[in-house]
Write a protein that binds this ligand. Sequence first.
Ligand code: NAD
Length: 475
Amino acid sequence: MHMHIGGKDMLPEADRWLAVLNPATGGEIDRVPDGTPGEVNQAVAAAEEAFGPWSSRTARERGMVLYRAAGLVRERLQELARGLTMEQGKPLRDATDEVRGFANILEFYAGASAGMQGEFISLGGAGDAVVVHEPIGVCGAIIPWNMPAIIMGWKVAPALLCGNTMVYKPASQAPLTSLRLTAILEEAGLPPGALNVVTGRGEVVGEAIVRHPGIQKISFTGDVETGQRVQALAAGSRKEITLELGGSDPMIVWKDANLEKAVAGAIRGRFYNAGQTCTAVKRLYVHQAIGKEFIARLKAQVQGMAVGDGLLPGVEMGPLSGAPQLDRITRIMAEVKAHGEGGIFTGGSPVPGPGYGPGFFFPPTLVTDPLPESVLLREEVFGPVLPVMCIPDLETAISHANETRYGLGASVWTRDLLVAREVFSRVRAGIVWVNRHLTVPPEIPFGGLKSSGNGRENGLQALQAYTRTRTLFLG
Ligand code: NAD
């Protein structure tokens, strides 16, 4: 596919391309331009030109474009989901949910247009004030490969609804869904230049977007270290920056939890998307009174998981996103084994075999009682490895939960409201779920504490993130 600038599909300036691989087979399914800073300049120029006409439409008109696009996405759900599975690897059922999630986000923001109003403040004898929320201008968005449709929705829908235009960079591993969804938004009435997609490498296209003086705001989702680089590059430019970075979410299972639901929540929470989700359950703390039974149930379910090409019926977990991810997880597990940490169940190395195919597969893996200094407990492990620890009391669970530099999400599984409140008030995370993990519907604000980022996406709060407040004081 081509990149998309000013409403046109563009060939690369220099005839350089990046291959897009199917992670289940390792085979090339398409290629996209290896973009340049020159192409970022063209995209910014197109977004600047589109800004005037787009921002002068009413919020209702902009919302209608999102709403129509959501309808088209729903009509083409199966085709889009198949494309997502082929470039990203998640099972078709999950890809379908993700694409549907993109439509849900568009519809939520279309509805939110009704609330996009200013304020009137009477100041008595001093006069009156009118507060307006204006679009920021050209915004830059940079996204990872793990959930291309959802993260695109989180950025593009509120930005466009507020009247901004955008230069958008998908990850080079999974750029195709972004290009298809952009075409659908234009078919639904988005004017050319309002959303420009420049494909390419992070250190070239990503950095050119972050540095560009014509871009007023950057919304970045990705790794903590890349986020720090983005922040450093933008320092001194007065750009507004939203950073949605990594996580190492703890899941605490209290002794009164519904075991069946908690086991299912841990399986889904860790192994959805082959463990490559920012808010995946990355550390599991189970009360020791139920530890033995919980781990036995967990082990049985993990061993029974159907792993394979996400296009095949019944597959519950697909491959990792590519060779770099597979190498990383293989290295981490080799380290864990070399340290002789705890018990390792159901694998710990890539297992080619029935149902696995030639792609980048790693089996779902449990590690019970890893060493306290284990990389599994300290860093974000972006793959299907779940460390499980038994804890004697809530104090210990909370103190472990807060032990990493991350603060994205956390969950507690209990029927006891006081336990739930205690976890919410003391575990430092942007979101704390009770008897749930992972789910982030469009209505709720989302973002991290500590190294997991700053700023919020999703929910009505995102409208603040994509507008600037100005005041007219009538004396
Ligand atoms: P990454 O940081 O390697 O890449 C993310 C994006 O940044 C890609 O488009 C990449 O090309 C671009 N990029 C790379 N170097 C850049 C640079 N120097 N300047 C500008 N852009 C650059 O992350 P990834 O491996 O694609 O994604 C996985 C990470 O994303 C994990 O840490 C995960 O937790 C995080 N994530 C966070 C959220 C969230 O909302 N908090 C959601 C999904 C994923």
